[in-house]
Design a protein around this ligand. Sequence first.
Ligand SMILES: Cc1ncc(COP(=O)(O)O)c(C=O)c1O
Length: 394
Amino acid sequence: MRLAERMQKIEVESAFDVLVKAKALEAAGRSVIHLEIGEPDFETPHSVVAAAKTALDEGWTHYGPTQGLPELREVIASYVSQTRGITVGPQHVCVVPGGKPIMFFTMLALLEAGDEVIYPDPGFPIYRSMIRFLDATPVPLPLVESRGFSIDLDYFKSCITDRTKMLILNSPQNPTGGLIPENDIREIAELVRERDLIVLSDEIYSRIYYSDSPPFSIASLPGMLDKTVLLDGFSKTYAMTGWRLGYGVMPEWLVDAVNKLMVNSNSCTASFTQRAGLTALSGPQDDVERMVAEFRRRRDVFCAALNEIPGFRCVLPGGAFYAFPNIQATGIPSRRLADMLLEDAGVSCLSGTAFGDHGDGYIRFSYANSLENLLEGAHRIKELSRRWTSSTKD
Ligand SMILES: Cc1ncc(COP(=O)(O)O)c(C=O)c1O
């Protein structure tokens, strides 16, 4: 039996593959520092776990409404309205198992073969995978290191054609940790406002940022709410990656299509998980604040340590929990260097190329690990760097 042709086009996330390789080395007795996987190393807040337990005891164990529990959609709508300065209601909210299904459902609902999708490169690998899977055309939009990994607006303008159906934005970003500044987002909105296209604004890291003002959402701009799908969720903000709880806020005309895709695939999101999500969003936010403060502390120390490594140059990331140093000056290709770091130094990380061609010359480290491990990781890399510094001298 042969797999369907379309399976040739779907890709995987190499973070999971690298994790398997790193675990195998550990099983063979090697010490590995895990800086590959993109999930907070914090526990889900106790109040959220307690709410899930109560929900199970109360019998929230059955099918629920496909679109999500009305009480959760209500709370999400007011949270998104408040944080993005817009007015949306529960009718705009679709609750799904994680952030990823919003990408998949939105693209399934909207893309025809040959439609062009502009997406960030380097960017979350699932964007390109889904675009290709649906026979749409991926149009990579390079992120520019010297602009803090924002985009080149002239280049963006040159990417827009009559076939452009979708623009994917992600800020704060995976893998760079960069943010798209408000001014750039305003200019992007100017360029797309009059066009018949949809913006998928991936804001899954919306609460993990280090400046005084929160990341700016394109949905906040006049005329944009009607053409934006805002993706957010609980995975990163509340350290709930394994719970599978996310949502999209979208124009009402799209909700029915997303509901149909949900009913055909999942029926609904787990009811007790949604009850826990209600507590996460409406309860005290101290745990989130503590987590972000700790990420900031690690970012400062780890990026400084990376910048001490010969051949590494690391821009200070404004959000998420990733450092994305430029390693071109080592003279070693990204993929090779990522392998060397794992195999020879016991530091597990990802080649920038795992996030697209424009990730070449970079390595992604997740600093969702203890300060002690981060420093040990940086120390091991520095020790290993003697190899490339001595070979350059030879
Ligand atoms: C940019 C981005 N969007 C979406 C997701 C998916 O989030 P979830 O685990 O909620 O599906 C991730 C996870 O790593 C991500 O980095």
